[in-house]
Design a protein. Structure first.
Length: 118
């Protein structure tokens, strides 16, 4: 069992930056792939970024590529999402998730609100 707790959300002006953190419990964090997703009001949850267990491979949605950076620190059981050049359309609840082995995303955090004002 893995518990995920996101933090770092808040209100920021367009063009600003935020860094989200996702702290994970459990001794197997370093073996999990991790991802960030977001859900805006009235919209479906969408993929933002993911990172493999070692941090050597990352992937991003086209909408955030070049602005967001995902990283992880396995010594701290934490994954990060650095968000720069934020836009109002980035406003959403951001969730982190963990994928053990080759399966799908099994564990989810409770989410953290990011609001970008124009």
């Amino acid at each position: 069992q893995v518990q995920l707790v996101e933090s770092g959300g808040g209100l920021v002006q367009a063009g600003g930056s935020l860094r989200l953190s996702c702290a994970a419990s459990g001794r197997t964090f370093s073996s999990y792939g991790m991802g960030w997703f977001r859900q805006a009001p009235g919209k479906e949850r969408e993929f933002v970024a993911d990172i493999n267990w070692s941090g050597s491979s990352t992937d991003y949605s086209d909408s955030v590529k070049g602005r967001f950076t995902i990283s992880r620190d396995n010594t701290k059981n934490t994954v990060y999402l650095q968000m720069n050049s934020l836009k109002p359309e980035d406003t959403a609840v951001y969730y982190c998730a963990a994928v053990p082995g080759g399966g799908g995303y099994t564990y989810w955090g409770q989410g953290t609100q990011v609001t970008v004002s124009s």
